[in-house]
Design a protein around this ligand. Structure first.
Ligand SMILES: [Cu+2]
Length: 148
């Protein structure tokens, strides 16, 4: 009896796996993004994955700072961080107008706030960054890869 119960439970588990599969095939696990800064002045971003497969990708962005506004931008580019164009009138920020195809969370995030950005991503090299004045150079940039 007990063996049958276990087998039944396993069968149920396997069946539910089969049922879940089509949902997984449609989307993929969201990428969690944490925007942070510390009392020592350091700041950065932490991603739950440094690469994903091409297709629909959802970024779940959280500003975990207690005292700073941060934002989230993504651009497909082969530029190194030093090559990012700076705004001639404000060299503390990246000149977003010169970044073709850059996308951004619909609003900047106040401390503790979250937002999501869903994109259809093609394979390639991307850079994610924050463009609050001084934050790009302060360390808020990462390479993110989209594979076939
Ligand atoms: Cu920032």
């Amino acid at each position: 009896m007990k063996k049958n119960a276990v087998a039944g439970a396993m069968l149920a588990a396997m069946t539910s796996c089969v049922l879940i599969t089509p949902a997984l095939a449609v989307g993929q696990t969201p990428v969690e993004v944490e925007l942070w800064n510390k009392p020592d002045g350091s700041q950065g971003m932490t991603l739950s994955a440094d690469h994903v497969k091409a297709g629909k990708v959802k970024f779940e962005v959280k500003n975990s700072s207690s005292n700073m506004v941060h934002e989230f931008l993504i651009v497909k580019t082969n530029m190194t961080f030093d090559q990012f164009p700076k705004d001639p009138e404000n060299p503390a920020v990246v000149d977003e107008d010169k970044l073709k195809g850059a996308k951004e969370l619909s609003s900047d995030l106040n401390p503790g706030n979250s937002g999501t950005l869903t994109m259809d991503l093609k394979p390639g090299r991307y850079v994610v960054f924050c463009n609050q004045p001084g934050h790009f150079d302060g360390g808020m940039h990462l390479v993110f890869t989209v594979t076939q």
